[in-house]
Write a protein that binds this ligand. Structure first.
Ligand code: IPE
Ligand code: IPE
Ligand code: MG
Length: 266
């Protein structure tokens, strides 16, 4: 029934070169994606929502490969939010099984591509088999030198911020930290994304114009690209359009100067 085709068998893969319309010097260092619209994609085809999620995995594989080929340093995707537990149990357990099967199946290919994978969120609430796979994948790829691939799983922005507050309070009480020294750097060093720069670009598919509790701190100055395209249909041209849109922006970071480059934030 389910086609869990593998990219490990895709031996003929050739790296995709950057489209000439894009400036290689202004590729975002970090892209965040709210992969939305799997259910609507399936519904429009008379398929189950599960089929939409399966199709979404292929779009993610394509996006990761392209980001890696085009020089993006980090890709952070929203796979499952703290709010997604409120979906029917059947869909939640399908998603957990899908994450397990895909991670198991793709690990070798991720390793070959030198991807460093991390899972961000409250992982201890995930099924224990999935937790084991996550631990193995994280350890195996920890020293890889390629793209940083962060999969937000049971992730919520508010929960992340509350945890940081708690941790800083605990460190202050234990005498490890002087509370008067807490500033934005000290705070952000406790975030799940501590080792990556903040995303330069946020892509949300399926036309929804909201953050849905994603990376609330980290997206403070991200450029936002919303596309009507449903996630399973997000392809090379969709990513190209998102980057073209990004490169047309003038990032001012609160200043007045017209900065000439979308990436020039110094
Ligand atoms: C996004 O697609 C995937 C997850 C939240 C896991 P949806 O499942 O939200 O698809 P729509 O929004 O119902 O179309
Ligand atoms: C956001 O999509 C979460 C993920 C993509 C994992 P949702 O479909 O859950 O967001 P809402 O409910 O439309 O805000
Ligand atoms: Mg949705």
């Amino acid at each position: 029934m389910t086609n869990f085709s593998s990219i490990t068998s895709d031996k003929k893969y050739l790296a995709s070169s950057l489209p000439e319309e894009l400036d290689p010097l202004r590729i975002p260092e970090h892209i965040a994606v709210i992969m939305d619209g799997n259910g609507r994609w399936a519904k429009a085809r008379g398929l189950t929502r599960a089929r939409g999620h399966i199709a979404g995995v292929d779009a993610l594989k394509t996006t990761l490969r392209l980001c890696s080929d085009w020089g993006v340093g980090a890709l952070t995707v929203y796979a499952f939010s703290t709010e997604n537990w409120s979906r029917p149990g059947e869909e939640v357990s399908f998603l957990m099984t899908l994450f397990q099967r895909v991670l198991k199946r793709e690990l070798e290919a991720l390793q070959m591509q030198k991807v460093r994978i991390k899972f961000l969120g409250d992982l201890d609430q995930l099924p224990s088999k999935l937790q084991d796979l996550i631990n193995d994948a994280t350890k195996l790829t920890a020293n890889n030198t390629g793209i940083h691939f962060n999969v937000c799983t049971n992730y919520g922005g508010r929960r992340e911020l509350v945890k940081v507050a708690k941790r800083l309070a605990e460190r202050s009480i234990s005498g490890d930290l002087d509370p008067s020294l807490i500033d934005e750097n000290v705070f952000s060093a406790e975030l799940l994304t501590a080792n990556d720069v903040d995303p330069d670009l946020l892509i949300r598919t399926s036309g929804e114009r909201r953050l849905s509790n994603f990376l609330l701190w980290q997206l403070a100055y991200a450029e936002i690209h919303v596309t009507e395209t449903l996630w399973p249909d997000f392809d090379k041209d969709s990513l190209f359009q998102a980057l073209l849109d990004y490169q047309s922006r003038r990032r001012r970071f609160g200043g007045l100067e017209q900065i000439g480059s979308a990436n020039a934030n110094t």
